[in-house]
Design a protein around this ligand. Structure first.
Ligand code: GH3
Ligand code: MG
Length: 303
């Protein structure tokens, strides 16, 4: 199986002998993580990147498998990880309970090596396929950068993560200047190519792993900058503006500049700001963009 090579499996069992037996069966095809306690399992599951599958013993001291499963399924960051319960024979009632908690499958102890491998392979196959579909669903077909759906999700996630009161979240809305005359004179094919180049240029600028550049729609892009204050956002906005200028795409029908340019609206909010939410942040950035347009385009404006 070529696609199982990179997949990671977390094996959770309070008996090291059981962990060794399962790991011995699977380590040739998968990367293996192990935990002998529920708490440790939760910690490993929350890491980035998360495991692709969890094999979870039910009867454990401290925190049992059902509890671990509930916690994983109630956390946005871990709910998508499939779980296979590993249970002793004759615990059918447990089996029903576990499936109701959202487990993907069951393996009975003592286990048959062939069945363990087959059940694991099936779940990994489904998981990797779901990951690929999710990636496609979140990508813009034309420019190959994240799309509006991903942007909406990211903005919601980052707003929810702003629990520390001194954190701020910055949002930049970017719009290509006079793109309609560009399309009208150079044609839609050239317009599409221009969008691809601008998208790729913007996409290269932010460096932190949590930053996101997305195509918002049409000739508009959005950049989400978590834990970034006004000064940081301004710095990045100027570099984004320059990165588009540096492409040097001729635009003879723009009265702003001889090349394709963009206008950028910047907004920075923190949860301390009264009555603010992700939507209010977006409206601020939109107003700043409108200001950049009305003040002459090819510039950065703030709100
Ligand atoms: P402004 O400087 O005020 O932003 O003017 P503008 O001409 O850029 O703005 P307007 O909203 O009037 O025009 C946007 C144009 O973007 C309309 C459409 O022709 C073009 N457009 C939107 N999406 C696409 C696309 O996917 N491909 C191409 N080729 N053009 C697109
Ligand atoms: Mg425009």
């Amino acid at each position: 199986m070529s696609d199982s090579k990179q997949a990671t499996i977390l094996i959770v069992d309070d008996q090291p002998a059981n962990i060794h037996a399962l790991a011995a069966l699977l380590k040739k095809d998968y990367r293996i993580l192990t935990a002998t306690r529920g708490e440790k399992a939760l910690e490993l599951a929350a890491r980035t990147p998360p495991p692709d599958l969890i094999l979870l013993d039910i009867v454990m001291p401290d925190m049992d498998g059902h509890e671990v499963c509930c916690r994983l399924k109630n956390d946005e960051a871990t709910k998508a990880i499939p779980i296979i319960f590993v249970t002793a024979l004759g615990e059918e009632r447990d089996e029903e309970h576990g499936l109701n908690l959202g487990a993907a499958d069951y393996i009975s102890k003592p286990f048959s090596p062939a069945i363990v491998r087959a059940r694991v392979r099936n779940q990994i196959h489904l998981k990797l396929r779901t990951d690929r579909l999710e990636q496609v669903a979140m990508q813009d077909g034309l420019t190959q950068i994240p799309n509006r759906r991903r942007f909406d999700q990211k903005l919601r996630e980052e707003w929810a993560r702003l629990i520390r009161p001194d954190q701020s979240l910055s949002l930049l809305m970017i719009d290509i200047d006079q793109f309609k005359p560009y399309n009208d004179h150079y044609g839609h094919g050239a317009g599409d190519e221009c969008l691809r180049q601008v998208a790729q240029a913007l996409y290269q600028v932010p460096q932190r792993p949590a930053d996101l550049v997305a195509r918002y729609g049409g000739e508009e892009f959005a950049v989400v900058l978590p834990e970034t204050d006004e000064t940081g956002a301004e710095h990045l906005a100027r570099r984004l503006l320059e990165s588009v200028q540096a492409l040097g795409i001729e635009h003879d029908y723009s009265d702003v500049a001889p090349q394709v340019s963009v206008s950028i609206g910047v907004a920075t909010h923190s949860p301390r700001r009264p009555r603010s939410d992700a939507e209010a942040l977006k409206q601020s950035a939109d107003r700043a963009l409108y200001q950049a347009k009305s003040q002459g385009r090819n510039r950065v404006s703030f709100e």
